[in-house]
Design a protein around this ligand. Sequence first.
Ligand code: FES
Ligand code: FES
Length: 153
Amino acid sequence: MLDPQTVSFTLNGTPTELTIDASELLVDVLRDRCRLKGTKRSCDVEVCGACTVLADGLPVSSCTTLAVDIDGKSITTIEGLAKDGKLSRVQQAFVDHAAMQCGFCTSGMVLATTALLEQKPSASEEEIRHFLRGNICRCTGYIKILEAVKSLV
Ligand code: FES
Ligand code: FES
């Protein structure tokens, strides 16, 4: 068994240091040790996107990311998007377009959209659909999510 490692990273803008077992998954560290429950866990096999967080601005599935691999990185969870009590523009667009029902997919969907708009501020509908293909929603039928994202490009 590998020894625990000390991992230093930035979590939602705050320098953070944790001692982590080599086998610990990022989703567990975020939810259980950092108490950031906005990161959801569902399929556990990198299929649904519910556990999506941003690592250095790129979406990753925290259910299949070893927590030791975030050493030196900047991690953003859904809790890190609002600033000074104001929702991010992506969060606000999802609210304005009622782009959620149960909300289980919403954290991952919003974070993936945030990354998309960083990369492609004028993304086409086809590019939006392609980029968000790894984020599954069982409730909305995707139409309102698509409308929310399209309102931002
Ligand atoms: S819980 Fe990670 S992709 Fe589904
Ligand atoms: S709003 Fe329920 S899974 Fe997307």
